[in-house]
Design a protein around this ligand. Structure first.
Ligand code: 6GU
Length: 259
């Protein structure tokens, strides 16, 4: 996949993108990221990229000209005319990013991501340049740069072959539709807190059942609405039936963050 990122701050990206899984994905040819400084496409001696809004109201608005010029330089006219390549404006007003959207975008050969600034982007960019608008959640960020990195990360994990262990992406929280249950590593006892005995039993089937039940319990306690959207076996349902509201109270909400 080839991703072009249009931003006023290209220097924000390499520290995240050129490490770990994203670095390996690029070295192995699964991912190619090109950063484009919007300012390079602005006209005039001062290369102005934003100006005060018409009608007042304060703040600054990204001008359409540098953004259109940048996209037109990155894509050819046909791609733009036929909207064959997603041009995604990152803005708090966009549709909320999710694992489903990550999977959808992983099917594309190319993406163009435009990092907006929080004060605004000229409406003609939305109407006549962007093919999609995405937000990463209900809070306000200073700009779309973090959102672009979030999207590149989540999408790259979905590209077949990127994750080493076969099926690792399928096992992720949200991909299974359940939250992941607890995990432990060495030592067996840390400051008096022991690893659950079943995990040391070497009994593969019992361990798998336990992990599934832990994931079901944690999802039921923290994000019960996810259970309505995922596919559950008869065994899953029987296990969930054993969980009661009292069970949560008795557990002192140990499974709820801050609970
Ligand atoms: Cl994509 N941009 C900004 N500025 N704030 C956000 C966002 C994007 N997603 C959530 N908050």
């Amino acid at each position: 996949m080839k991703v072009d990122i249009l931003t006023l701050f290209p220097e924000m990206f390499p520290g995240y993108l050129n490490r770990s899984m994203l670095q390996r994905a690029q070295n192995a040819g699964f991912l190619q990221v090109k950063l484009h400084n919007i300012r390079d496409y602005a006209r005039g001696k001062h290369r102005v990229t934003d100006e005060a809004p018409y009608g007042g109201g304060g703040g600054m608005v990204l001008k359409p000209q540098p953004l259109f010029a940048a996209v037109e330089s990155v894509l050819d006219g046909e791609d733009i005319a036929f909207k064959s390549i997603p041009v995604i404006l990152l803005t708090p007003q966009g549709r909320t990013f999710s694992q489903d959207i990550a999977e959808e975008l992983a099917g594309e050969e190319r993406l163009v991501l435009i990092c907006g600034r929080y004060e605004g982007v000229d409406e003609r960019v939305r109407e006549h340049l962007a093919t999609d608008e995405i937000s990463i959640g209900d809070y306000v960020l200073t700009g779309g740069e973090l959102a672009a990195m979030v999207i590149v990360d989540a999408v790259t994990r979905q590209i077949p072959g990127v994750l080493g262990a076969e099926g690792a992406a399928e096992r992720d929280s949200y991909a299974t539709g359940l939250l992941e249950g607890p995990q432990y590593t060495r030592p067996e006892v840390f400051r008096g807190w022991a690893v659950p005995e079943v995990l040391l039993s070497g009994h593969a089937a019992r361990i798998e059942d336990w992990k599934r039940q832990q994931a079901l319990r944690r999802t039921w306690r923290r994000r019960p609405e996810l259970l309505l959207k995922t596919s559950l076996s008869e065994e899953d349902k029987r296990f969930l039936d054993t969980l009661t509201p009292e069970d949560v109270l008795k557990a002192g909400n140990e499974d709820v963050p801050g609970g």
